[in-house]
Design a protein around this ligand. Structure first.
Ligand SMILES: [Ca+2]
Length: 484
C-alpha cells in the first residue's frame, strides 16, 4: 500500500478543520444545551399572568411555563440583590460566603464561580443589564463582573458570540426595580392596564400614592416581559429555541415596604419557569420548594458538569426532568445580614428564617436594632429608614408619622420587631399577625426554631455563636449615609 501523499494529508486536515466546528455544534447541541437565564430585579410572586394576577401582562413568562415547567414555591436565599446573586453563582448559603451576605460587598476570589466554571467548560458567557450587583468586584481583583463580559442585550451577544460554543447568557432586566421615587413605567401602565383591577395588599396603606407605585410596578413587569420575549424571538429566528434551556425568574421580591430586605413573601418569593424544548413535558407544575441559589448548581448539571462538593445548594435538574430528587424540599431557609448601611456603627440587621407550606418563622437576632434602619440616619434622598427604598408610599408614611390612620402600617414597616415572628399562612397569607406568643402555636414554634438551629449548625453559620457580629465589620462600597 502506498503511503498517503502530502496532498491527501493536507486535504484531510482541511476537511477536519472545516468539520470540527460543525461537529462541536452537533455535540454541544446534544450534550451541552445553551442556557438563557432571565433574571428580573425585585419581581415578586405571583405577579405574572399565568399565576392569576389580572394586572400582570407576561405573555413570554406564561409561554415558558406553558411549554415547560412552572415552579410554584421558589424563594430567594436573601431578600437583597447582590447577596442572592452571590449565592446563585457560588452555589452556597449567604452565611457561607462572608462579606457577600451583605449588600454592596466585594467579591473575593475564594470559591468556585458557576459562570466561570461554565466558561472553562467551553461555554461562551455574557450578560446584559444587571449582573452581580450592586457591589465592588474590582477591589477583589476581578477585571470584569463575575458573571462575565457585558453586552448591550441578548441579540448583541447572540450576533457576536462564537457559534461553535454553547452559551450561557445572563439577561439581567431592571424594569421592575423602583427608580428612586420616579415612576418611569406609570404612563405605559395607565395606557395598557385597567387600574380598577388593582389590589392593594394589606401590608400597605390604600392611598393614591401606593396605587401609582403599584401601577408603575406593573408597567415594569410588562417591560421585563417584553425584553424576555425579544430574547426568545432571537432564539427562535436562529433555530436555537429548543436547544436552549430558558430559565426565567427574579432575584427577590418587590421593592415596596415589607418587600425587599424582608423575609416576608413580598420580599422573598419569586416566580420561576423553565423551558427546554422537548426535554421537558409541557405544562407541568413543580410544587417542591426551590431556592433561587439552587439554580447555580443546576446550570452546571445542565452543562453536564458535576457541581463542586463545596457547593451546598442543590441542582433542581431532577425536579425539572420529573425524576425523583433525594433532597428534602419541604421548606426554604431565608436569611439576611446588612442590606443598606443605614445604622450607626455600620450595624447589620441579622435574620434567619424558615418558610414551610403553612408557616413562616423569622428569628431577629438583634431585636434591639431597627429593621428598616436607624430613625436618625439619613440615607438616599435624605430620608431615614433606608432599608425601605424610596417610593411614593414611603414618602406618604414619613409625612404622616403622627397620623393614627397610618399608625398600623408605620409600625409594620418602620417599627422594631420581636426576637421571633411566626405567621400562620393558612389564615394570614400576607404575614401581618405575629402568632409567636400564641400558646396554640407553641409546638410549631418549637419545631421551626429547632429546624433553624439545626440548619445554622449544619451549614457552619458563624451566627451559631450568639456574640458573633462579623457582618458589621465588612466594608460597604455603596453611598454613605448621613449620621446625626
Ligand atoms: Ca433585586
Amino acid at each position: 500500500m502506498n503511503p498517503p501523499s502530502t496532498r491527501r494529508i493536507s486535504r484531510l486536515f482541511i476537511i477536519l478543520a472545516c468539520a470540527l466546528p460543525l461537529l462541536c455544534g452537533v455535540l454541544h447541541a446534544t450534550n451541552q444545551p445553551n442556557i438563557l437565564f432571565i433574571i428580573g430585579d425585585n419581581w415578586k410572586w405571583p405577579t405574572a399572568g399565568i399565576l392569576g394576577d389580572p394586572m400582570a401582562k407576561t405573555p413570554a413568562f406564561d409561554r415558558i411555563a406553558r411549554e415547560g415547567v412552572l415552579f410554584t414555591h421558589t424563594f430567594n436565599p436573601v431578600p437583597s440583590c447582590s447577596p442572592t446573586r452571590s449565592c446563585l453563582i457560588t452555589g452556597k448559603a449567604a452565611h457561607q460566603i462572608g462579606e457577600r451576605a451583605n449588600l454592596w460587598s466585594g467579591f473575593p476570589k475564594d470559591t468556585p464561580v458557576v459562570t466561570q466554571l461554565l466558561r472553562e467548560a467551553g461555554y461562551a458567557i455574557g450578560y446584559s443589564g444587571k449582573p452581580w450587583a450592586p457591589g465592588n468586584y474590582e477591589v477583589s481583583g476581578w477585571q470584569e463582573n463575575p458573571v462575565g463580559p457585558k453586552f448591550k442585550d441578548f441579540a448583541d451577544f447572540h450576533a457576536k458570540r462564537d457559534a461553535t460554543k454553547p452559551f450561557f447568557f445572563w439577561l439581567g432586566n431592571t424594569d421592575t426595580a423602583t427608580k428612586g421615587g420616579k415612576l418611569p413605567c406609570l404612563d405605559l401602565a395607565k395606557q395598557k392596564l385597567d387600574a380598577t383591577r388593582l389590589t392593594v395588599p394589606p401590608e400597605l396603606p390604600d392611598c393614591p400614592e401606593v396605587r401609582d407605585d403599584l401601577m408603575n410596578y406593573y408597567g415594569g413587569v410588562m417591560k421585563l416581559d417584553d425584553e424576555a420575549a425579544a430574547a426568545i424571538s432571537t432564539l427562535e429566528k436562529a433555530g436555537q429555541l429548543d436547544n436552549t434551556v430558558i430559565i426565567y425568574t427574579s432575584d427577590n421580591g418587590w421593592q415596596l415596604p415589607r418587600g425587599l430586605a424582608n423575609c416576608y413573601d413580598s420580599g422573598s418569593r419569586v416566580p420561576l419557569a423553565v423551558r427546554w424544548g422537548k426535554q421537558l413535558s409541557a405544562g407541568r407544575k413543580v410544587e417542591e420548594f426551590v431556592n433561587v441559589a439552587d439554580l447555580g448548581p443546576t446550570f452546571l448539571e445542565l452543562a453536564g458538569l458535576t457541581p463542586p462538593a463545596e457547593m451546598s445548594m442543590h441542582s433542581v435538574k431532577n425536579l425539572l426532568l420529573g425524576k425523583a430528587d433525594p433532597t428534602s424540599r419541604d421548606a426554604i431557609f431565608i436569611e439576611r445580614e446588612r442590606h443598606a448601611n443605614v445604622r450607626h456603627d455600620n450595624l447589620s440587621y441579622p435574620m434567619r428564617a424558615i418558610r414551610t407550606r403553612d408557616f413562616l418563622y423569622i428569628r431577629n437576632l438583634r431585636p434591639d436594632r431597627w429593621p428598616a434602619g436607624d430613625p436618625d440616619v439619613k440615607f438616599i434622598h435624605d430620608r431615614p429608614f433606608g432599608d425601605v427604598d424610596t417610593t411614593r408610599v414611603k414618602d406618604v408614611l414619613l409625612d404622616h408619622q403622627d397620623d393614627p390612620a397610618f399608625a398600623k402600617h408605620i409600625a409594620l414597616i418602620f417599627g422594631k420587631r420581636p426576637a421571633e415572628e411566626l405567621y400562620d399562612l393558612r389564615k394570614d397569607p400576607h404575614q401581618i399577625s405575629n402568632v409567636a406568643a400564641d400558646a396554640s402555636h407553641a409546638e410549631t414554634l418549637k419545631r421551626l426554631r429547632a429546624r433553624v438551629d439545626e440548619w445554622m449548625k449544619q451549614t457552619n453559620d458563624p451566627r451559631v455563636d450568639p456574640a458573633y457580629d462579623g457582618w458589621d465589620k465588612f466594608p460597604y462600597y455603596g453611598k454613605s449615609s448621613k449620621r446625626e
